[in-house]
Design a protein around this ligand. Sequence first.
Ligand code: NAD
Ligand code: WQD
Length: 339
Amino acid sequence: MGNKTILVTGGAGFIGSHTTVVLLEQGFDVVIFDNLFNSKASVIDRIERITARRPSFVQGDIRDRDALARVFESFPIDAVVHFAGLKAVGESVEKPLLYYENNIGGSLNLYEAMGAAGVKRLIFSSSATVYGESNPTPYFEDFPLSCTNPYGWTKLMNERILRDLCAADPAWSAALLRYFNPGGAHRSGLIGEDPAGIPNNLLPYAAKVAAGRLEKIHIYGDDYDTADGTGVRDYIHITDLARGHVLALDYIEGRPGAAAINLGTGKGTSVRQIIAAFEKACGKKLPAVVDPRRAGDLPQTYANADLAKKLLGFETNFGIEDICADIWRWQQFALTLDS
Ligand code: NAD
Ligand code: WQD
């Protein structure tokens, strides 16, 4: 592998920046295309500090067809890893048109620009949210799919669009990677997840409590039918997840069609287990209270991870303790960026 140029849309974001690091380390050239709606340009410098290589950066929006066309004219793109999108579930319920415009409209522009440039290899950021609320765990890729919010539908519709595109033109190949709960940060502590405002998700929330920026963790329900009563999820380290994309790029080479593949660990971890792991990582007790269940939450979700192993040779290297330790290292560095 290597010596190819990969366009990474949303490459300044959480998953995109870590995937860019792995791509650069493996010898690929990378062009990041990001409108910086949910990220900062300074991440490019930090990617360079980690890898001693600098990705090209184009500030642009996937809703801007001309900007996309210019990227394909300016760089010899071989394949695309498509992360650009909005991802806040609650916001998508309040602003569905924004989500459909950005995540569907923008993606259609991207696929059109790719087709026009003859670039027909794509890795798409899908989500375990496409398994809906009726399937038993673990989730297998061939389960029936459904969604409960506009964000989820944008993922499922993109999967459908890409399946139809691959069926219509055998020159297309795509991997539809269904992420479970990504967490952690780069081992260097230089890049990680940096949500604006009060985080919705458990891991960044716990990090802010550990850093003294928020008072206490709110456990959303301890009366689920799980081992300790709290919600169970499949937390995957961001560096493992990033590596999965590079394996998927290799896999789709010369394999027409669209393949949906789970990227998870196959193991579930409860909210209380996460809090315990975070306390170990930061060396202090984290205040926590039990609140009512959060609307829309499922008791447990985790992947069957066999297909990723079979098709991609993908296995995770890191566990929940690494995830918490790496977030904590990153959180301390992120505080120095704020000040
Ligand atoms: P992120 O917000 O950190 O990264 C997304 C990036 O896309 C940001 O840098 C943002 O500025 C950019 N972007 C958004 N709209 C854009 C547009 N119209 N044009 C150009 N750039 C745009 O999010 P992330 O966690 O890195 O997620 C990346 C992708 O993975 C998203 O598509 C998300 O839906 C998907 N995903 C994330 C998770 C998760 O829990 N983090 C889980 C499953 C799927
Ligand atoms: C994890 C567990 C909560 C916060 C979300 C999206 C999903 C996906 C990943 C993109 C649950 C509990 C949480 C808190 C808590 N993204 N919790 N206190 O909901 O599994 O997935 O992010 O595709 O679509 O919905 O992640 O981190 O919010 O919750 O007790 O302050 O932690 O109830 O059991 P979730 P999460």
